[in-house]
Design a protein around this ligand. Sequence first.
Ligand code: HEC
Length: 218
Amino acid sequence: MRELVGGGTAPTRYEIGRVAKPEEIQARDISVLPANAGLPPGHRTTREGKGLYSSLCATCHGPNGEGRESYAALVGGRGSLTGAKPVLTVGSYWPFATTVWDYIHRAMPYVAPGTLTPDQVYALTAFLLHAEGIIGEDTEMNERTLPLVKMPNRDGFVADPRPDIGSKKGGPRHRPEPRDRPPPLLGELDDTLTDSFQDYGVIKVFKSVRLPSARVKA
Ligand code: HEC
């Protein structure tokens, strides 16, 4: 209890709610970071993803991910980002394949988010990556291979320069751009990805492109 001005005491706890159960925390703790932290085990190729995509996703995003009316294109748009009408897709824009996995797992299908199993999400991610020509038809996506996929726009971002976006250790976020560092050895890849993801901060600043404000995402 703390003393209040004018007498009386204020409770230090309000005795509402209850402690979350481990399984409740686990159900919400689904974030997947670029260096595969948080990816659950599972594996599929685009072969399984094709049918799933047709039945669960094509009505909105088009049969081949080309988008439809007001629904976003997921495929295509490569090279459009510096033009007058940038088309932001998995292939043209997204820097990490693991984020595609995270997004689908967390938010899609739009009317029933959270209903896909890990294997289904690996299959759908593989389908989109294959549709972009990033992986082959037989390339299996699993918790080990997905973080190793190098996305076409991986180097198309710069660090958030705002001084108040500090790192956890309190220092400034500015560090060398990933491409200025020596290429990582395979064993070091995971750490490198984590580091560079932190460089980007929450807001991603996009090089030399003005985005239509409705499409800028945190
Ligand atoms: C009912 C329509 C609908 C269906 C079905 C649907 N989506 Fe979406 N999808 C959306 C909408 C709307 C957005 C944009 C949501 C937002 O920005 O908040 C979106 C966004 C996305 C994005 C991010 C696009 C970007 O670059 O911003 C991905 C990836 C995606 N959907 C994948 C899928 C997959 C995979 C499926 C099938 C499992 C699916 N969607 C099913 C409506 C749909």
